[in-house]
Design a protein around this ligand. Structure first.
Ligand SMILES: O=C(O)CCC(=O)C(=O)O
Ligand SMILES: [Fe+2]
Length: 325
């Protein structure tokens, strides 16, 4: 399919209908612009410029104003959980050598970064509604993650009620494998697997990624890089194409925290887990769990064939298809 798109000129001019995307432009959701909720009449003043930039470019960079002691403590306290000889942070849903998911369960500074007042205030100004953190990811080095839109992992009804915020825990230069993103690509329509003629399954992820490469080329989107200073935060919207740039110098670290946020009181679904029908889920909101029994590790699953196959499927999804959702 990708080859056809690249070679066929008439299809190049009408990719939306080729991929059966036109129906996505539903006038009843006209309050959603480029995946960013139109707040023109609700928020005025100083934030207008930032909001315009967010709407036009699909991202903005702000100063989180987080105390550097919080950033340093986060970086230092998680250090033992990274690398080949790392300690296993058992009370989180998942962790790998360079990726700890939801470390807010075990680390107060991760939670402080996720609940950063300046970030929350800015998100409210950008979206006109409250956004709530529901997932954190901490990285020690660059991810070199392929270019994707977060909406393929975390979608919502209405579309666009999700965003990512990338906080630099150290100054980020071009050789550290910075965040790479394509301004204006958020203008592409909502693309779920069936819209691209793909089965809604992690198996389709490599094809999804290569269609995005095609679209980038067709539209001439130019990449930008998150060369930001320690404490700055890069906010991106659900539909913007982004990933991790190549790490040129393997000796360099790239300490960072990504927090994903959802708009409150909408419906949440995951395209890769919605094969037969749209499956909605309840986000695990970031919150204070200091008084709670640890949720992780979950009880080991019963040794049934079903559970064994589920674990193998999960591993293939991550290791073979690169789908870390
Ligand atoms: O930090 C990166 O390199 C990419 C992270 C990312 O795409 C995400 O967390 O949504
Ligand atoms: Fe992402």
């Amino acid at each position: 399919m990708i080859a056809i798109v690249s070679r066929n000129k008439s299809m190049q001019t009408d990719l939306a209908s080729y991929y059966n995307l036109a129906a996505k432009f539903d006038p009843s959701i006209s309050s959603l612009i480029c995946g960013v909720i139109d707040t023109m009449n609700t928020v005025k003043g100083e934030s207008e410029e930032l909001r315009d930039k967010f709407r036009e470019q699909g991202y903005v960079v702000i100063d989180s104003q987080l105390d550097h002691s919080v950033l340093d403590a986060c970086k230092n306290d998680l250090e033992k959980f990274f690398g080949p000889d790392r300690e296993d942070p058992v009370h989180v849903p998942s962790s790998e050598a360079n990726r700890i998911q939801d470390a807010w369960y075990i680390n107060q500074d991760v939670r402080k970064i996720a609940e950063c007042p300046v970030v929350l205030q800015t998100l409210e100004e950008l979206y006109g509604v409250r956004m709530r953190p529901f997932q954190t990811l901490n990285f020690r080095v660059g991810t070199q993650q392929p270019i994707h839109a977060d909406s393929i992992h975390f979608n919502s009804v209405p579309f666009g009620g999700m965003c990512g915020v990338w906080v630099a825990l150290e100054d980020i230069g071009p050789d550290q494998g910075p965040l790479k993103y394509y301004p204006k690509s958020q203008n592409l329509p909502e693309m779920n697997y069936p819209d691209l003629g793909l089965q809604a399954s992690p198996k389709s992820y490599p094809q999804y990624l290569s269609i995005l490469q095609d679209l980038i080329e067709e539209h001439g989107f130019e990449p930008e890089y998150g060369l930001i200073k320690k404490g700055q935060a890069l906010i991106w919207c659900a539909n913007i194409l982004h990933g991790g740039a190549k790490q040129n110098d393997m000796s360099l670290t790239r300490y960072s925290q990504v927090t994903h946020y959802y708009q409150e009181n909408i419906r949440y679904w995951r395209p890769s887990q919605s094969n037969r029908k749209q499956r909605f889920f309840k986000p695990d909101w970031v919150r204070d769990v200091t008084g709670e029994e640890p949720k992780y590790p979950l009880k080991p699953p019963a040794p049934t064939i079903g559970n064994f196959l589920r674990r193998v499927k999960g591993k293939i999804k991550r290791d073979v298809f690169g789908d870390y959702s």
